[in-house]
Write a protein that binds this ligand. Structure first.
Ligand SMILES: *[C@@H]1O[C@H](CO)[C@@H](O)[C@H](O)[C@H]1NC(C)=O
Ligand SMILES: *[C@@H]1O[C@H](CO)[C@@H](O)[C@H](O)[C@H]1NC(C)=O
Ligand SMILES: *[C@@H]1O[C@H](CO)[C@@H](O)[C@H](O)[C@H]1NC(C)=O
Ligand SMILES: *[C@@H]1O[C@H](CO)[C@@H](O)[C@H](O)[C@H]1NC(C)=O
Ligand SMILES: *[C@@H]1O[C@H](CO)[C@@H](O)[C@H](O)[C@H]1NC(C)=O
Ligand SMILES: *[C@@H]1O[C@H](CO)[C@@H](O)[C@H](O)[C@H]1NC(C)=O
Ligand SMILES: *[C@@H]1O[C@H](CO)[C@@H](O)[C@H](O)[C@H]1NC(C)=O
Ligand SMILES: *[C@@H]1O[C@H](CO)[C@@H](O)[C@H](O)[C@H]1NC(C)=O
Ligand SMILES: *[C@@H]1O[C@H](CO)[C@@H](O)[C@H](O)[C@H]1NC(C)=O
Ligand SMILES: *[C@@H]1O[C@H](CO)[C@@H](O)[C@H](O)[C@H]1NC(C)=O
Ligand SMILES: *[C@@H]1O[C@H](CO)[C@@H](O)[C@H](O)[C@H]1NC(C)=O
Length: 558
């Protein structure tokens, strides 16, 4: 088509060029339409909410810069819909309801009436069932959005009249059925009618004596020890150790899909998820175990320094425990070791099918019996992106398993803490600024509509005075929102710095995953926590739709 006749005049050449351009456009357009149709069969997808976003996504394949909103970080737990509800585990613990507490109270008061009177209340005895009942009633009344699951017997606090109490709970706002643990310190006084009353209640994870100790001396990756790491306490609600395949025969019995690192490495997190879920989706389609590299390179866009950061553990960001349950995966290091070991020990090598191009579709690989299907992504960008495997026809067959990726529970503990400090009673506003506010071409009004004065004017109409107001934002300047402080109780992520500071649980626990080196609370973690706190707000104000008439994806996209 591109061939030109050297004899033709300039007009002829231009005509040919024009025709070929038109042909190409029609081709691109039909491919796009086809992809759009194919993709509509997919389960809910965070980025494909609107057709314009979709068009943008696919027209930018060549560029590989995902223009998707990166001021929120949506994962599987944020997109449960009626079609794919989160299913409660079969053997789920019954929640502690008001009736349960009342029944317990009656039993206990019958018991105590028979025995002693009220005089023994002077000395607070933490093992006394009345102590626990008092706490249960207190919590039930205070934390309406929490489902309490089970309590441990209280233990002594630091003083005579204090007890530390530990319990497990679920958040009604969270659509995953994950359970969390809290332990708080309570100070008691004597109430009426032979009862205790709570004089003071400590904050999230304040009742350290009630924390169940699980000391680990081992480093994170099984088999690799780090003697320098001091014994640390870890959250016993999190079990995200790396599973090992066990014996060699187990290895040989498995079937694997192995993606080697491609051009996706060090791209943004949205790109990472889009690609990772494509690979995982293909593995599910082929009924194979996905070989997974737990080491993530965090793109410079999330780092203040602007530099890419390699060697971040997947578990800093995502819930590996849930992933293990939701999908069949094996960690790359374990996998390669077992593979080598097998090849060394046996004459016959493990059958491997190497696939060098994404043009080889998952459907073509269906019948392949090799133990390992190894997709190599050695080409040039954008040919070497993982997600290319899921393009075109394949999109009809491969469904990205969004449900398998939830946020790290360690980050969610921070979310719970922040929400809890506002007593789960707060409104939230999402203020998108950053690059978009600078870009007058695509977002002409955004900067003005999110200026401090505009925010004060608009939010007053939407949020009652002096409510707790959490502001999720990518505006780096802390004092930017000061004007709102004369109308609302303003909360920003940076108000909670100590939750990831060097005295925090988060700090200790991520250090464990990182061979004893401290982990930086990076930009993506900030977005993840901001997003989840935002979703827990009672009234939620969004930048696009509520604060500005500009479109989320730039001018003329809505
Ligand atoms: C890709 O997008 C970036 C950022 O918008 C832009 O600077 C660059 O020119 C684009 N590249 C191509 C090949 O379009
Ligand atoms: C407590 O005592 C009352 C009256 O003595 C009795 O009716 C009630 O069933 C008892 N409750 C329990 C839970 O034992
Ligand atoms: C505290 O209460 C428990 C349970 O009622 C009882 O067994 C224990 O003896 C009490 N301890 C003290 C010091 O009173
Ligand atoms: C708790 O404190 C009480 C007195 O305040 C004491 O009698 C009891 O032995 C303590 N229990 C434990 C397990 O230390
Ligand atoms: C104490 O008991 C009396 C009489 O039984 C009752 O009227 C009162 O409400 C009770 N107080 C509390 C705080 O339960
Ligand atoms: C540490 O891990 C190794 C292998 O994973 C295991 O054999 C060993 O028992 C562990 N040690 C402790 C103290 O848990
Ligand atoms: C953690 O999970 C693994 C399975 O992934 C299981 O084998 C192991 O027993 C669990 N450990 C604890 C302490 O629950
Ligand atoms: C995967 O397993 C399911 C159910 O066992 C089966 O229906 C499907 O055909 C299998 N797919 C492949 C590619 O083997
Ligand atoms: C924690 O950080 C502070 C301030 O950065 C520093 O002064 C302190 O020594 C650090 N503590 C530990 C245990 O690292
Ligand atoms: C973190 O670990 C250090 C050293 O092991 C310990 O002293 C500190 O109490 C731990 N902090 C928390 C919040 O668990
Ligand atoms: C924000 O806009 C949406 C869509 O127009 C609307 O449903 C919602 O009520 C608005 N929120 C507030 C707090 O006004």
């Amino acid at each position: 088509m591109k061939e030109t006749n050297p004899g033709a005049d300039a007009i002829g050449q231009n005509l040919i060029k024009l025709i070929s351009n038109v042909c190409f456009s029609v081709f691109v357009f039909s491919v796009l339409i086809f992809t759009v149709i194919a993709i509509t069969y997919q389960p809910p997808d965070p980025w494909l909410e609107s057709a314009p976003a979709l068009t943008k996504l696919f027209t930018q394949t060549e560029n590989a810069t995902f223009k998707i909103d990166d001021s929120v970080a949506k994962t599987g737990e944020d997109m449960q819909t009626e079609a794919t509800p989160a299913v409660p585990p079969i053997a789920d613990i019954k929640p502690i309801t008001e009736e349960v507490i009342e029944k317990k109270e009656e039993e206990v008061s019958n018991m105590t009436l028979k025995s002693s009177g009220c005089e023994d209340l002077e000395l607070v005895n933490c093992s006394d069932p009345r102590v626990l009942i008092t706490v249960e009633k207190f919590n039930f009344r205070l934390f309406k959005s929490i489902v309490f699951l089970d309590y441990q017997t209280p233990v002594n606090g630091s003083k005579q009249d204090e007890c530390d109490v530990s319990w497990r709970f679920r958040n009604k706002k969270e659509k995953s059925w994950r359970k969390y643990r809290d332990f708080r310190r309570f100070k008691f006084g004597t109430g009426e009618n032979c009862s205790y009353k709570i004089v003071h209640a400590g904050g999230w994870h304040s009742g350290i004596n009630a924390r169940r100790m699980r000391i680990r001396t081992n480093s994170t990756r099984s088999g690799r020890k780090n003697p320098k790491v001091a014994p640390l306490v870890r959250d016993d609600e999190i079990n995200d150790t790396i599973p090992s395949l066990g014996s060699e025969t187990n290895f040989r019995k498995g079937k694997y899909l192995y993606y080697s690192r491609g051009g996706d490495y060090c791209k943004g997190m949205n790109h990472y998820m889009w690609s990772f879920l494509c690979g995982l989706g293909e593995a599910m389609y082929l009924n194979r175990t996905f070989v997974m590299d737990l080491s993530i390179c965090l793109s410079g866009q999330y780092n203040p320094s602007g530099k890419d950061k390699e060697g971040n553990d997947f578990r800093f960001y995502f819930d590996f425990e849930h992933l293990k349950e939701a999908a069949s995966i094996v960690e790359e290091g374990e996998f390669l070791r077992d593979w080598k070991r097998w090849d060394r020990a046996h004459k016959k090598k493990v059958p491997v099918k190497k696939v060098v191009t994404h043009k080889m579709t998952p459907m073509q690989l269906r019948k392949d019996k090799s133990t390992i299907i190894w997709r190599q992504f050695d080409g040039q960008e954008p040919e070497n992106y993982w997600y290319r495997v899921c393009e075109g026809q394949a999109a009809k067959y491969i469904h990205r398993p969004w449900h398998a990726v939830w946020k790290s529970k360690r980050l969610m503990n921070i979310v719970t803490d922040i929400s809890g400090r506002m007593d789960w009673d707060f409104d939230a506003v999402h203020v998108v600024r950053g690059e978009k506010a600078q870009n007058k071409e695509l977002w002409p009004h955004l900067n003005a509509d999110t200026s401090p004065d505009a925010l004060v004017a608009k939010l007053q109409g939407m949020i009652k005075p002096w409510r707790n107001l959490y502001i999720a934002t990518n505006e780096p300047f802390y004092n930017y929102f000061d004007k709102l402080r004369s109308h609302f109780k303003v909360h920003l992520l940076d108000d909670y710095k100590e939750l990831w500071g060097n005295t925090s649980d988060w700090y200790n626990e991520t250090m464990l995953l990182n061979n004893g080196r401290p982990v930086e609370f990076d930009g993506y973690m900030r977005v993840a926590v901001d997003t989840e706190v935002l979703y827990r707000g009672k009234t939620r104000v969004e930048t696009f739709y509520n604060l500005t008439s500009d479109c989320k994806d730039g001018i003329n996209t809505c």
